[in-house]
Design a protein around this ligand. Structure first.
Ligand code: KMT
Ligand code: NI
Length: 179
């Protein structure tokens, strides 16, 4: 099952776990209330997995590619990993399925506190359009992930502050519904 927790305030290496002390774990229900959806799949069979196909079909995740993030494989690694960790939002859902390695998605809760979601092999997550978030590798410095998209991908990130973006307004309004 996915592990998530509130973060500490320390500014040191983001790739460390940064668990608040005493620990404040976050469960799937709390993530769901933020609009974050999660599935556990068998990543060893991602190329032919009826469970993955079912989710893609039901949620219209028609587009996909596979990205490997590590120093030697990703062009402009330093620049890109820095961008991933800038707090931002998108106009569409961000959908990621970890096939190998791992990392952390951090999302803001309703009180604007950081929740860290530990993404490991087999974890599929959907971050809703308009949620403030960021991504970092963990100390293994390696992730292979499937990126899914509803229709043709739009990668534009709106760095915070982006409160006047329409997707942000819709997201904030949706939070009142899931409470
Ligand atoms: C993103 O948009 O943050 C990325 O694609 C990197 C994370 S993929 C697990
Ligand atoms: Ni993003």
């Amino acid at each position: 099952m996915v592990e998530a927790w509130y973060m500490d305030e320390s500014a040191d290496d983001p790739r460390r776990p940064h668990r608040a002390e005493p620990s404040r774990p976050v469960g799937l229900e709390q993530l769901r209330q933020l609009g974050v959806l999660y599935w556990k799949l068998d990543a060893d069979k991602y190329e032919n997995d009826p469970e993955l196909e079912k989710i893609r079909k039901e949620r219209n995740y028609s587009w996909m590619d596979i990205i490997t993030i590590c120093k030697d494989k990703l062009p402009n690694y330093e620049e890109k990993t820095k961008m991933f960790y800038e707090e931002h939002l998108h106009l569409d859902d961000e959908i990621r399925y970890v096939l190998d390695g791992g990392g952390y998605f951090d999302v803001r809760d309703k009180d604007d506190k950081w929740i860290r979601i530990s993404m490991q092999k087999g974890d599929l997550i959907t971050l809703p359009a308009g949620i403030y978030h960021r991504f970092t590798l963990d100390e293994r410095d390696y992730v292979k992930a499937m990126r899914l998209f509803v229709g043709d991908p739009v990668w534009t990130a709106y760095n915070r502050p982006a409160d006047h973006v329409e997707a942000r307004g819709r997201y904030v309004a949706s939070l009142a519904q899931t409470a």
